[in-house]
Ligand binder design. Structure first.
Ligand SMILES: [Zn+2]
Length: 213
């Protein structure tokens, strides 16, 4: 954790110098570390706040620990970070986990899951996951997700996508990734909408009760 703070301090000195020299600006978020120890997370956040960064990341929470612990550490860290700047949790998560992190004060997340699962034939849909290699989709003329407006769902059937996957055709990875990314973006759009309408608590309740494995 102390090494992280030293790195962040060095990086910030360099970053500021670069901005002054070149006039070009990009945001640099320090990363709050501290493993699964709330006191270390607190100490780390306190030190990094002195950098007065435009946003803060919460790191080290997608490294194989139980999800409940990841959420617990997020809950312990997010409130320490400025309310008027983005809070970004690194490396999460499954679609059903997104509202859980948002509920704990998180604005941004990133993850390999939508694209990696897509390449492996796992598609996220409003009715749960579609494992495209399953024989039940062999002659299925329907779209991956009937309520999805992505190019893949508007254009191709499950049967065709399954054929592409079984044939090892690279086009499958492209089409499946397109769909999964749209699914994630739609999910975050719904969350933003619910917050704007003051209905996030209700959204969270529904998301929890309909979470699928
Ligand atoms: Zn789609």
């Amino acid at each position: 954790m102390q090494r992280t703070v030293r790195w962040a301090t060095c990086a910030y000195q360099y970053h500021k110098r670069r901005v002054e020299e070149t006039g070009s600006y990009s945001a640099l978020f320090p990363i709050v570390q501290g493993s699964m120890f709330a006191d270390l997370r607190h100490a780390c956040a306190a030190e990094l706040l002195e950098l007065d960064a435009p946003g803060y990341a919460i790191g080290g929470l997608s490294v194989g620990e139980p999800r409940s612990l990841s959420l617990e550490m997020t809950e312990a860290t997010a409130p320490l970070l400025p309310r008027d700047r983005p809070r970004y949790v690194m490396g999460v998560g499954m679609p059903e986990e997104l509202p859980e992190y948002v509920a704990r004060g998180v604005d941004m997340m990133d993850c390999v899951l939508p694209s990696r699962n897509a390449r492996n034939g796992c598609l996220f849909t409003s009715n749960g996951r579609v494992i495209i290699k399953q024989a039940r989709y062999r002659d299925d003329p329907g779209p991956v997700d009937p309520v999805c407006g992505c190019y893949t769902c508007r254009t191709y059937s499950r049967a065709y996508l399954r054929h592409l996957f079984q044939a090892g055709e690279i086009l499958f990875a492209v089409l499946a990734t397109l769909h999964n990314l749209k699914y994630y973006l739609d999910r975050m759009r719904q969350i933003r909408q619910a917050i704007l309408l003051g209905r996030f608590r209700a959204y969270l309740d529904v998301a929890r009760s309909s979470a699928v494995e």
